[in-house]
Design a protein around this ligand. Structure first.
Ligand SMILES: [Fe+2]
Length: 294
């Protein structure tokens, strides 16, 4: 488990799929001063229901701001970061970019150390990512982070990747229950109903058993005090100006401190991995002995 400097390798897919962090100490791409300027003044309410300021590239919308007068400047800044980060990611990972889905960008403007959040939303507890409103059906969550704080590092803690974590903990977390559900008539009926209602315009989420398990696993890991205390841990301080990429559903991670980070997410198709067997969905399907992500 490590932080791999991008200058030491050309096989970026191998680094990411092994569960390492692909690290660009100099940032990898240029972020114009105008983008930094637009974002540094943005105020985010620490009590907001939104954990971060989010930018949705597909609809060009920003959420999570306190002051709506700032919206235009922040939207411009985040649109530009999103564009630059996506171009950078596509340059270095063309095999993924060929059919990835563009997800949201975010700006993490609040100091993470001592942040008062409900337990399942805490960033300082190790977890794997899963999105309640955006199921991935077995594909993977790849995130590109840039520390735009001019002075302070972003302090990350990570643990062993899914290839080690899954076989140790998925059964304890109740994988069998989710796998059984996958084949029940009631589950299939429910999903058919959800899809019909979605087509009629209702804001319901159609989740695969894989998505349901990963959402549960995210919370289960945060609640499990002994795992949080005893699991292998690797600490990295990501310096000002650096960029790093990681599959955040494959690598358990926590943020202990730091403020002012930008991030762009893409959903990478499992089929475009150099080794699709390393996807968390493949690992769980092997453990369960059945498909979970359809
Ligand atoms: Fe996370």
């Amino acid at each position: 488990m490590g932080l791999i400097n991008a200058t030491t390798t050309s096989d970026f897919r191998a680094v990411l799929e092994k569960g390492d962090i692909l690290f660009f100490p100099e940032g990898g791409f240029e972020i114009p001063a105008s983008v930094r300027g637009a974002l540094m003044g943005a105020s985010q309410d620490a009590r907001s229901i939104h954990k971060n300021i989010a930018y949705k590239p597909n609809v060009d919308r920003v959420t999570g701001l306190v002051d709506s007068a700032e919206t235009e400047a922040v939207r411009n800044g985040m649109r530009e970061y999103s564009r630059l980060a996506l171009r950078f990611m596509a340059d270095i990972l063309p095999a993924y970019a060929a059919n990835w889905k563009i997800d949201y960008a975010s700006f993490r403007s609040i100091e993470e150390r001592g942040r008062d959040l409900p337990l399942t939303k805490r960033n300082d507890l190790l977890h794997v990512d899963a999105f309640p409103s955006r199921p991935v059906f077995g594909d993977l969550i790849l995130r590109c982070f840039t520390n735009v704080n001019p002075e302070q590092p972003r302090e990350w803690l990570v643990s062993d990747p899914f290839a080690l974590l899954g076989p140790k903990e998925a059964a304890n977390a109740g994988l069998a229950r989710f796998a059984e559900t996958a084949e029940s008539g009631l589950h299939k009926l429910r999903r058919t109903a959800v899809r019909t209602l979605r087509r009629a315009g209702l804001p319901l989420v159609d989740r695969s058993p894989y998505d349901a398990f990963m959402l549960h696993f995210h919370d289960w890991l945060k609640h499990r005090e002994e795992w949080q205390r005893d699991c292998p841990k690797y600490r990295f301080d990501l310096p000002p100006g650096s960029t790093w990429l990681v599959f955040t559903d494959m690598v358990p991670h926590a943020v202990l401190g730091g403020r002012l980070a930008l991030e762009q997410t893409v959903i990478v198709s499992r089929a475009s991995l150099a080794n699709p067997q390393l996807a968390p969905s493949s690992i769980l399907e092997r453990l369960a002995g059945k498909p979970l992500s359809a």
